[in-house]
Design a protein. Structure first.
Length: 186
C-alpha cells in the first residue's frame, strides 16, 4: 500500500534529509505537499487567498462565530489545500460534512478533528506527538490524504471522496460533500 510514501508529505522534518531530497523520493502527486512547505507566496497569491478568505468568511460564521478563529482557519485551510493541489472550497465542504467545523469532534469510529482523521494515520505516517485535534496538523493530514486518493483515482472526486470516507463503491458520502461544495462553498 502507498501509506509509507504518504508519510513523507506529513513529516516536514525528516532528520538529516533535505526537503528537496525528501520530495524527490515521493510520487509526483505528493511532491508539492512536502517540497513547497517553505515556499513564499507571491503578492498575487496572497491577494487571491485574501479574496477567497473574504468570500468564505460569511458562510463560515454560521459555524464559527469568532472572526479571528475564522480568519486563522480559512488562511491555514487555503494554504494546506493549495499545497496539496486541492480546491480549498472542496476542503471546506468536506469539513462541513465530516465535523461541522468542530475541531474537537471525535466520531464513533474514533476519527478526530475537523477532517475526521483516523488515528492509525499517525501511526502509519506521522510522528507520535502529532495531535489530530490541532487544526493545522489535522488539515495537513486530511489534505494530504485526500490529494493522495484523488491521484489514485485519476482525478475522480466521487471515488476519491469515497476512499477518504472508507466507503468506496457507495456514493452517498461523495454526494453529500459535493452538494455541500456546490450549495454552500462556491
Amino acid at each position: 500500500m502507498a501509506r509509507p510514501v504518504l508519510a513523507a508529505s506529513l513529516v516536514v522534518g525528516w532528520a538529516m534529509i533535505s526537503p528537496v531530497a525528501q520530495a524527490e523520493s515521493l510520487p509526483a502527486s505528493l511532491r508539492p505537499t512536502l517540497a513547497d512547505t517553505h515556499q513564499q507566496q507571491t503578492p498575487q497569491q496572497q491577494w487571491l487567498m485574501r479574496q477567497w478568505r473574504d468570500r468564505m468568511d460569511a458562510p463560515l460564521s454560521d459555524f464559527i462565530p469568532a472572526p479571528t478563529q475564522r480568519r486563522e482557519l480559512l488562511t491555514t485551510l487555503y494554504q494546506e489545500a493549495r499545497l496539496a493541489g486541492l480546491p480549498p472550497a472542496l476542503v471546506l465542504a468536506l469539513i462541513h460534512v465530516e465535523s461541522a467545523f468542530d475541531a474537537d469532534a471525535v466520531s464513533s469510529a474514533g476519527a478526530v478533528g475537523l477532517m475526521q482523521i483516523m488515528p492509525f494515520w499517525v501511526e502509519e505516517l506521522g510522528l507520535p506527538v502529532d495531535d489530530l485535534s490541532h487544526p493545522p496538523r489535522n488539515l495537513r493530514y486530511g489534505c494530504t490524504i485526500l490529494a493522495h486518493y484523488l491521484a489514485v483515482e485519476n482525478g475522480d472526486f466521487t471515488r476519491a471522496l469515497a476512499r477518504y470516507n472508507g466507503s468506496l463503491g457507495d456514493t452517498w458520502y461523495p454526494e453529500r460533500v459535493l452538494h455541500a461544495w456546490r450549495d454552500h462553498w462556491q
